[in-house]
Ligand binder design. Structure first.
Ligand SMILES: [Zn+2]
Ligand SMILES: [Zn+2]
Length: 370
């Protein structure tokens, strides 16, 4: 079979860093496309696999936040054509399972069951005889990828490719997680725990809902300072207060209407529940390490008639979130450029992830040559 040589960052079993190397890529099968990557985001979810907080089939090319240009299409592809610039969804929804049919393709069950393989159960990347998986059927830390056509959402020409890349995960997860939540109300008060890529976008989502107070919570002062640019009205360094929920209650006269855990930490999730007012909603929006559980005060939960819920990939159809966010971006209502603080070539991917470890502000981007 005809194979194309691609340059990709591979994670092997037991590795805590990426190896950038040449791999061989098959042609797109029926319903699949080949995309030339433009930009990829450096996300905490990749980090979990890198540091062993989550498990995944290996060897694998990670990366699930990206955008690029379609260069080749397989048989029967109708959604996109060569030349289309696209945001890539990290859930290639099947369209036929119960969650898809109920309007939640973001949590497609078939996609989860098949994992980092294509829908026919095979892979498209090889290192000589060894098969290489692609995270979320994408693996965007590669100059070319093969993915299912349903991953692709075409975008207008005036949306820069690095902006499109971030809409592929952090912007949609954060902004979508607020504006698509049925409990979000205009003028609500909000607390956002964790001010990384997702947290900053939760803040932007709260701003879009015209939240009257947006309280940013983190343990790093410069990250808190950074949140004001995106709409925070107050900040709390949780390492410097005895009890963060008391501090939030004091600021808001009894607690916020909604609180978001953008980190995925059991103590933080418990704190979000404590920080909301009676009838308030706490939302888990950052991915926790596998197996984590959280201690919730059950009486407070029941007597306060509180809600604790998960939100995955913007809470609803990612493509619908992409569409709305692209329009918000073009209107100037969502700042994506301001999130981008570092740009690296693929060869510097390990350095790009070290910046996450150092808790640097905003988002890092892997930029591919034109
Ligand atoms: Zn992500
Ligand atoms: Zn499905």
């Amino acid at each position: 079979m005809n194979r194309t040589s691609v340059k990709a960052a591979v994670l092997y079993e037991g590795n805590t860093h990426y190896e950038v190397k040449q791999l061989e890529q098959d042609s797109p099968s029926a319903g699949e496309v080949r995309v030339k990557m433009g930009a990829a985001g450096v996300c905490l979810s990749d980090h979990h696999f890198l540091h062993g907080d989550a498990t995944i089939d290996k060897p694998i090319v990670l990366g699930h936040e990206g955008a690029g240009t379609v260069v080749e299409v397989g048989q029967g592809v109708t959604r996109v054509k060569p030349g289309d610039r696209c945001i890539l969804s990290f859930v290639s929804h099947c369209g036929m399972c119960r969650t898809c049919l109920n309007g939640f393709p973001n949590v497609c069950e078939t996609n989860v069951a098949i994992g980092p393989r294509m829908y026919d159960g095979t892979v498209r990347l090889h290192d000589n005889d060894e098969d290489i998986f692609q995270m979320s059927k994408l693996g965007v830390f590669s100059d070319l990828i093969i993915c299912p056509q349903q991953a692709c959402q075409p975008i207008p020409d005036d949306v820069p490719i690095e902006v499109a890349a971030l809409i592929g995960c952090s912007v949609t997860t954060g902004v979508g997680g607020v504006i698509n939540n049925p409990n979000s109300k205009m003028g609500m008060t909000v607390a956002v725990f964790g001010c990384g890529g997702v947290g900053l976008n939760v803040i932007q989502g709260a701003k879009l809902m015209n939240a009257s107070r947006i309280i940013a919570v983190d343990i790093v002062d410069h990250k808190l300072e950074f949140t004001y640019k995106f709409g925070a009205t107050d900040t709390i360094n949780s390492a410097e207060v005895e009890d963060v929920s008391s501090a939030i209650k004091e600021l808001t006269g009894g607690g916020v209407d909604m609180a978001f855990d953008s980190i995925g930490n059991s103590q933080v999730t418990a704190d979000t529940v404590k920080s909301i007012r009676p009838t308030g909603t706490a939302v888990m929006i950052g991915l926790s390490p596998v197996g984590d559980t959280t201690p919730i005060d059950m009486v407070d939960m029941l007597r306060g008639q509180k809600t604790l819920m998960g939100s995955y990939y913007g809470s609803t159809s990612p493509h619908e979130s992409f569409r709305k966010i692209v329009d918000f971006y073009r209107k100037g209502d969502v700042d994506v450029e301001g999130l981008i603080q570092r740009i690296h070539p693929l060869d510097e991917i390990n350095e790009a992830f070290s910046a996450l470890d150092r808790r640097e502000d905003g988002r890092g981007i892997i930029k591919f040559p034109d």
